[in-house]
Design a protein around this ligand. Structure first.
Ligand SMILES: [Zn+2]
Length: 468
């Protein structure tokens, strides 16, 4: 039997995830994300440019925009089928896309809501670890991926055909799409477990060449960076994704503040979107891991602690900026976007990046071509510090620049290799996606050592023959 795989994105870098699997005149799409940074310039036209006439279902692995941002284009291209997500993701996706449409397309709230309502009607929320029948050829199952709340890796069972007859789903081939895999011991999330079987594996490789420090090490480095930065009463700016990273940071800061490891200081979350998601995270407590449920039961809400301020309206945002400009630090500000490509963090960078008393703390992956990556490139070398262009303005980098990769919400090289190792029935073919060249090369080497057949996915169609 032959299965075709096509990669419509996430082949050159970490954005634009969109993979299509075809079998017997039916196909499924796994994710439909937008491109960011350098890749966005290479893919300025986001119109759907591939065949969707055979599409029986769209599966979304999680609610990050580089996995869902192109969904409105898919609807515009005429896709009217179901959109399968985990239950938490089904709540996060409409909020995330509503915001993206507001920023990128139109201020017309009625038009936006029309798109969002269509989207909501198409979404099919699925329980983890339960088979969902999609079409004659496909069944799917979501498994927790530990990346952000609701994230999943997806097992696709393809019905085996023997001769002219369907042999049914008793004997199936399994194609596993990793989505984004999380690091173990991420606050709030359970650890990703490996599937039992994968005949073909499509694997992310974001940190295929890096190892993170463990949870304890991560918390300690966060604390030491914070202490160091606060010693000169500066302002610490943490650019963070609204979903996942912000809540993860709040969880860690809560622990640090409640245990009085830092003097009391304002912790400002300036992002209406992040604040919406933090509230949603609270509503979705049922999906938290055991540890966070236990501390909640003990009366400690990780999203409330002394000094924590949520800023929502634009007026309050400007007021906060003015207040910080007048009063100075110490203060911690968490604002989006995570790679400084837009959002309120831009105003903070304009005001506070030039001053050496301040510090910028990156806790997430910074894609090539984003201001975040440029700040790291031109700001990390203390002797040859440069400028960065943000919002069309040149800004000198005076602030200290720090990177804490452990808060990446992504598995590192060892985690990825271990996850593959624990698959009992190993894949006969692995495709690497969602990584930069060096990361993919390094991970490919590691997996080759295990005797596995690894292909670095390109933006094209692969036909794979599997023994029935
Ligand atoms: Zn992600």
């Amino acid at each position: 039997m032959s299965i075709a795989l096509e990669f419509h994105g996430a082949t050159e870098g970490v954005t634009g995830s969109c993979h299509q699997i075809s079998f017997a005149k039916e196909s499924l799409l796994i994710d439909c994300g937008i491109f960011q940074g350098k890749e966005a310039r290479a893919h300025s036209d986001l119109t759907i440019n591939f065949d969707i006439s055979t599409l029986k279902g769209l599966i979304l692995t999680h609610a990050h925009l580089d996995h869902i941002g192109r969904v409105p284009y898919l609807l515009a291209a005429g896709y009217t089928g179901p959109i399968y997500t985990s239950i938490p993701t089904s709540h996060l996706v409409p909020k995330q896309l509503e915001d993206a449409l507001k920023i990128g397309f139109t201020k017309d709230q009625k038009l936006i809501m029309r798109v969002i309502n269509v989207l909501k009607r198409r979404i099919v929320p699925c329980k983890y670890k339960q088979w969902i029948s999609v079409s004659d050829s496909f069944k799917i199952k979501f498994h927790p991926a530990g990346h952000i709340l609701g994230s999943a890796f997806v097992e696709v069972a393809v019905r085996v055909i023997s001769g002219k007859n369907y042999k049914g789903f008793n004997n199936t081939k399994r194609i596993v799409f990793s989505g984004d895999l999380g690091a173990p011991y991420t606050p709030i999330l359970s650890m990703p477990q490996s599937p039992y079987q994968a005949d073909i594996l499509v694997l992310e490789s974001t940190y295929g060449n890096r190892t993170h420090s463990g949870r304890k090490g991560r918390r300690n480095s966060l604390l030491s960076v914070l202490k160091k930065s606060l010693s000169d009463n500066g302002i610490i700016i943490i650019p963070a994704f609204a979903i996942g990273r912000t809540q993860e940071l709040l969880y860690e800061l809560n622990e640090i503040v409640e245990n009085k490891k830092l003097p009391r200081l304002p912790v400002i979350i300036d992002s209406p979107l992040a604040n919406k998601f933090t509230a949603l995270f609270s509503d979705l407590k049922a999906f938290w891991d055991r540890e966070s449920k236990r501390s909640l039961k003990g009366g400690d809400n990780p999203f409330l602690f002394p000094g924590l301020v949520y800023v929502n309206s634009h007026k309050d945002h400007l007021k906060t900026l003015r207040w910080l400009n007048d009063k100075g630090g110490p203060a911690i500000v968490i604002a989006g976007s995570g790679m400084c490509t837009g959002g309120r963090v831009v105003n903070y960078l304009k005001d506070f990046l030039p001053d050496h008393r301040n510090d910028i703390l990156f806790v997430g992956y910074q894609a090539y071509g984003t201001p975040g990556r440029d700040i790291i490139t031109y700001g990390s070398n203390k002797r040859r510090r440069g400028h960065v262009t943000i919002d069309g303005k040149q800004i000198s980098i005076g602030a200290g620049i720090y990177e804490l990769s452990g808060y990446s919400a992504h598995a590192d090289k060892d985690n990825l290799v271990r996850w593959v190792k624990r698959i009992r029935r190993k894949p006969s073919k692995i495709f690497l996606v969602h990584g930069e060249t060096e990361a993919k090369k390094s991970l490919k080497n590691q997996l080759n050592i295990m005797g596995l057949d690894v292909t670095v996915a390109r933006e094209k169609r692969y036909v794979i023959n599997l023994e029935p």
